[in-house]
Design a protein around this ligand. Structure first.
Ligand SMILES: Nc1nc2c(ncn2[C@@H]2O[C@H](COP(=O)(O)OP(=O)(O)OP(=O)(O)O)[C@@H](O)[C@H]2O)c(=O)[nH]1
Ligand SMILES: [Mg+2]
Length: 405
């Protein structure tokens, strides 16, 4: 989601940001690890005991962090799509804009699952109701069955783990499912998603808000913290009076990446949000992509670190000097500076904005392509072949650079 911040020209005089980011097609676009494959296999094995899937996607890349592998592997199960880290998408003051973005995503998923929704009356700026999942009571009133045999299996919720209200709305949505589920053992939900999407944090938050219990899953800022499927953890107590027999349990899972990212720009986005291991795509390239995005919004965001620039080396040198990341003789440590600046953005210290362009036209076009089967799905063999070709291209570019030096 591209947050509505000041325009670059407004705060930087005559500075003109790059309109396009030139990304090398040979960057690594694969991060499919052994434990990703293992996790998929384990998930399939326990699927018959799972009544609900909580599919986490990062709100900063709500479309790019979709994993078709997971969608396919878990197809047919009731599902709630949880857009995590919504606090990092836009400042709290951009309430109306956020609500519009949410509505666009809700409409997109409704189109995908064959449900059409009536638009709400006017602008809903009420913070509390804006968190509502589409199948909450108010959401359900707006839902109408589509013509193509609608199913209402997909719900959409936005969470900020530090906002208990957003977590409570998810709990309410899960409770509705639990009441509708007739089970002697309690509803079991599987929390899935790309690496580092915030799955374990979500499980902990559900437990904290739902039961006032301490965290049960390990979390961390790098991908790959969870390596194995967890044991079921209770997040909602049994409440026979409300029809929730035995309560609700959530099973944490390792993040699963896709075999190959067809679009090089998407790989940059996933690298910037921390979905792949830092360094897989060179940090200076990731920092350059961040600089490109900062400049499109407002180079004033980094005014304390560097004058406005489109040159990443100039930028990193200025950051290194400002933050004391220098080798002997005052030579800037560019890689450290790149790492530092990327971490600052991830923490929300360099503007709150997302990277996918969530416009009505884009989402409609995406839904259309999906309907027609035009979205690219790369098989494992194709992925390996493409990665091999990219590796060759990287090596030959390196060789040419050394020969030319
Ligand atoms: N700002 C913000 N940070 C969050 C939120 N949820 C998770 N995080 C952070 O995102 C990072 C990843 O969280 P995890 O819960 O470990 O992610 P995961 O999906 O379990 O990651 P893997 O197990 O490695 O696949 C951590 O640094 C969390 O603190 C959120 O709602 N807001
Ligand atoms: Mg985890």
């Amino acid at each position: 989601m591209a947050a509505p911040l000041k325009t670059a020209a407004a705060s930087a005089g005559s500075f003109i940001p790059r309109a396009v980011f030139e990304v090398s097609p040979s960057i690594t676009r694969s991060y499919f690890l052994g434990h990703h494959v293992g996790a998929l296999t384990s998930m399939r094995k326990i699927l018959s005991n799972i009544g609900l899937v909580l599919e986490c996607r990062d709100s900063r890349v709500p479309v790019t962090s979709t994993n078709p592998l997971l969608e396919t592997a878990l197809a047919g199960r009731d599902r709630i799509i949880v857009y995590t880290k919504s606090d990092l998408c836009a400042p709290a003051s951009a309430n109306r804009w956020m609500e519009k973005q949410r509505q666009l995503l809700i409409d997109y998923h409704a189109t995908r699952s064959g449900i059409t929704f009536e638009k709400e009356n006017g602008n809903n700026t009420d913070q509390d109701s804006s968190w509502n999942p589409i199948n909450s009571d108010s959401g359900r009133r707006r839902a109408r069955k589509g013509k193509k045999g609608a199913d209402d299996k997909t719900q959409v919720v936005f969470t900020d783990e530090r906002n208990p209200r957003s977590i409570q709305h998810l709990i309410d949505a899960i409770k509705t499912r639990a009441i509708a589920t007739d089970t002697l053992t309690g509803l079991r939900a599987l929390v899935v998603g790309m690496p580092n999407a915030g799955k374990s944090t979500l499980l902990n938050a559900l437990r904290r808000v739902g039961l006032s219990l301490p965290k049960a899953a390990r979390t961390g800022s790098q991908p790959g913290i969870t390596r194995k499927l967890g044991t079921p953890v209770r997040v909602i107590a049994e409440d026979s009076a409300s029809g929730i027999e035995q309560g609700v349990f959530v099973v944490d899972t390792p993040g699963v990446f896709v075999p190959y990212v067809g679009d090089a720009a998407a790989m940059l986005k996933l690298s910037l949000v921390g979905c792949v291991k830092d360094g897989l795509v060179p940090l200076e390239v990731v920092a350059d992509y961040l600089l490109f995005n900062l400049n499109l919004r407002d180079p004033g965001i980094y005014a304390e670190l560097s004058p406005p620039t489109n040159d990443v080396l100039e930028f990193l040198d200025a950051v290194a000097v400002r933050t004391g990341k220098l080798q002997k003789g005052g030579v800037p440590r560019r890689e450290q500076a790149a790492d530092w600046i990327v971490q600052q953005w991830r923490k929300g210290n360099l503007g709150l904005f997302g990277l996918d362009d969530i416009s009505e036209e884009n989402l409609k076009e995406k839904a259309r392509r999906e309907r027609l089967g035009e979205e690219e799905h790369v098989s494992m063999n194709q992925a390996k072949k493409r990665e091999k070709e990219a590796r060759k291209a990287r090596h030959s570019a390196k060789r040419q650079a050394t020969e030319g030096a």
